[in-house]
Write a protein that binds this ligand. Structure first.
Ligand code: ADP
Ligand code: ADP
Length: 223
């Protein structure tokens, strides 16, 4: 079934002396369980597209429907991962994941433990962000984004700041999560190898005016 339907999406930015058409006539269908990678050079509108789907930017023209409903602001139905992990430095790993929920609640405790295992951070529950490597910190933010079982996970170059070895490991972790949870993913990257390795559907954005150039449907080599 279609989870996300984008029709004739247009987005422009007007600043003092310049007009940028960041997205032009975007059409995109994402089915439940798809792993969509969005690729294109810097400035082609990838972040803008992701922010609109996240509900972080509502000033656009066109139709963006999640389960048939217009996107109306950020909500628990969407998880968002930024390039830089945004953790609270004064909170432990488990408290960062639980965020505003209490670990004294048995259901929350169980869910957090399950997520810690999913992102392979067992033994680091009580660690603070400054004790973590970049990859580990990003795994914490992925776990936090999954806490409320979002229908869709939106990732904006989440591994862009990591070294090649860590990146390869993180890709495996993310595919593992996708296979086990079936979470629908939209993953933005400018790394073509990463887009091809991860994606079940690959979307290519043109640099200007930001129109989708082509869409490659890849048969899943995964179980
Ligand atoms: P990408 O993520 O592919 O690098 P962006 O979505 O960040 O591309 O940007 C697409 C275009 O829109 C660029 O030309 C960028 O400069 C412009 N843009 C993005 N955000 C803003 C903004 N808040 N104000 C003005 N222009 C913006
Ligand atoms: P990314 O690294 O994910 O492609 P960018 O570095 O393009 O993101 O943009 C980071 C932030 O700055 C975004 O929130 C974007 O909306 C904003 N931004 C990008 N380009 C411009 C611009 N020309 N003017 C104002 N804000 C911008």
């Amino acid at each position: 079934a279609t989870l996300l339907a984008i029709k004739d999406l247009n987005k422009s930015f007007r600043t003092d002396n310049k007009f940028v058409q960041a997205l032009h006539h975007i059409e995109l269908d994402v089915r439940e369980g798809d792993f969509v990678t969005v690729i294109g050079p810097s400035g082609c509108g990838k972040s803008t597209l992701l922010r609109i789907v996240a509900g972080l930017d509502t000033g656009f023209q066109g139709s963006v429907l999640l389960e048939g409903e217009p996107i109306a602001g950020p909500g628990i139905d969407k998880g968002f991962i930024f390039q830089e992990p945004r953790l609270f430095p004064w909170l432990t790993v488990e408290k960062n994941i639980a965020a505003d929920l209490s670990l004294r609640d048995a259901g929350v405790r169980r869910k957090v433990d399950e997520l810690i295992e999913l992102v392979r951070l067992q033994g680091f529950e009580k660690a603070y962000p400054k004790e973590l490597s970049g990859g580990m910190a990003q795994r914490v933010s992925i776990a936090r984004a999954l806490l409320r079982n979002p229908k869709i996970l939106l990732l904006d170059e989440p591994f862009g700041a990591l070294d090649a070895f860590t990146r390869a490991h993180m890709q495996e972790v993310l595919l593992d999560i996708w296979k086990r949870n079936g979470t629908t993913m939209i993953f933005v990257t400018h790394d073509i190898d990463e887009a091809v390795f991860l994606g079940s559907q690959i979307v290519i954005l043109k640099p200007r005016p930001g129109e989708i150039r082509g869409r490659i449907k890849v048969e899943l080599p995964y179980p």
